[in-house]
Design a protein around this ligand. Structure first.
Ligand code: PLP
Length: 385
């Protein structure tokens, strides 16, 4: 049987049909009032999703590019930073910081565990030279969401830098209320937009650090971005990804129409249902079974099953693209993405397909047990009633 294609990865993620169609609109020139109008609206709406009054810059880059730009704009060679590493992306920021000549204090946790903010505070107290602290909101490689409210409190005397690439729009993040100086995000996850844009928000304190920062910077120079944005009409210093920005404009409007708090609540349900489905089919969750984990659900592949084969089979036989494990977890876990344009039936279908694939691979599974458990989450809430 020919199945529909369903993208259930934690990025890139599926996009609404209207957002897809907007990508086919004629290209408009980026130094015109027409583009300026779109770009201004996008910027204002991004602030409503980041929950900030800070400047936000949009780059033709992925999240990693915007993160690289943040380091260049904030620090000088030899500056000390603390980085929480509890997964693939925390690990990336350790490597990147070192690549730029920063002195890194690395707080390492086992994959799947959350950062301990008391330890963060202790590490900062032990080294008053540390200028900035970095943590991932939703560690996409494991599904674990760190407590950023607590992190921001523990790091209130230094620059607080948060990677919200898969978290923004799926997990609670109150940039200004919690005092997060720099938030990095990308278009291709909960913002329901194709890959291609990277974002960064910059607090007053981050601007002050920027004035002193001596790492070389050019493409990602925040001063250049702010100068271009203050032009009439507002612009970017270099050619922006015009079509993706037009798509983002629609996606942000959809998010705000649904209401950010409702969007976050929907993600709580999606996460709960995915975890219930995984447990219902008799598998073990990877990482904490907590409502905070709204963006990605990771589970252990059962003993005797090849994880890569499972992911491949779910796709080839059922048309559903879930993700495998990254780095040391390759083949050992699989991940169901649910940050962005997802509903109850995406989760139910995915759980159903995993049950079928496990059965085909010879794993004892009682069909429908995971599905039923996922359904019950939605039925309790009334979403699928
Ligand atoms: N940080 C997190 C938490 C991510 O999930 C990702 C991408 O999956 C990145 C950073 C890297 O972003 P990009 O692939 O957009 O460069």
């Amino acid at each position: 049987m020919q199945n529909k294609y369903r993208l259930m990865s934690p990025g890139p993620t599926p996009i609404p049909p209207e957002v897809s169609a907007a990508g086919a609109l004629p290209i408009i020139h980026h130094r015109t009032p027409e583009f300026g109008e779109v770009f201004t609206r996008v910027n204002e709406n991004l602030k409503r999703v980041f929950l900030t009054e800070n400047d936000i810059f949009t780059y033709a880059a992925s999240g990693t590019g915007s993160f690289e730009g943040a380091l260049q704009n904030l620090f000088s060679p030899g500056d000390r930073v603390l980085v929480v590493n509890n997964g693939n992306f925390g690990g990336r920021w350790v490597k990147m910081s070192r690549a730029f000549g920063l002195e890194v204090t690395e707080l390492t946790y086992e994959w799947g565990q959350k950062a301990d903010n008391d330890e963060v505070a202790e590490a900062l107290a032990a080294d008053p030279q540390i200028k900035g602290a970095i943590c991932v909101l939703s560690e996409t490689s494991t599904g674990t969401v760190n407590d950023i409210r607590g992190f921001a409190k523990a790091t209130e005397n230094v620059l607080t830098i948060v990677d919200a690439v898969s978290g923004l729009g799926a997990c609670e993040l109150r940039t200004d209320e919690w005092g997060v100086d720099v938030v990095v995000a990308g278009s291709q996850k909960a913002l329901m937009t194709p890959p291609g844009l990277g974002f960064v928000s910059v607090s007053e304190r981050a601007w002050r650090a920027h004035e002193e920062a001596r790492l070389p910077r050019y493409y990602f120079d925040w001063t250049a971005a702010r100068k271009a944005y203050r032009k009439d009409p507002p612009q970017t210093p270099w050619t922006p990804a015009v079509s993706v920005i037009i798509q983002l404009d629609l996606a942000l409007q959809q998010i705000l129409e649904e209401g950010l708090e409702n969007v976050l609540e929907r993600h709580v349900l999606l996460g709960r249902a995915a975890r219930a489905g995984v447990k219902g089919m008799g598998l073990r969750l990877f990482g904490p079974d907590e409502d905070m984990n709204t963006a990605v659900t990771a589970a252990w592949v059962p003993e005797g099953i090849d994880g890569k084969q499972l992911v491949r089979m779910v796709f080839r036989e059922h048309g559903i693209q879930v993700a495998g494990g990254q780095g040391p977890m390759e083949g050992k876990i699989f991940r169901i993405g649910h940050c962005g344009y997802f509903d109850a039936y995406d989760i139910i279908a995915t759980v159903a397909a995993i049950e079928l694939a496990l059965e085909s691979l010879g794993h004892p599974v009682e069909l429908g047990k995971g599905v039923g458990a996922a359904q019950r989450v939605f039925s309790k809430s009334g979403v699928a009633a």
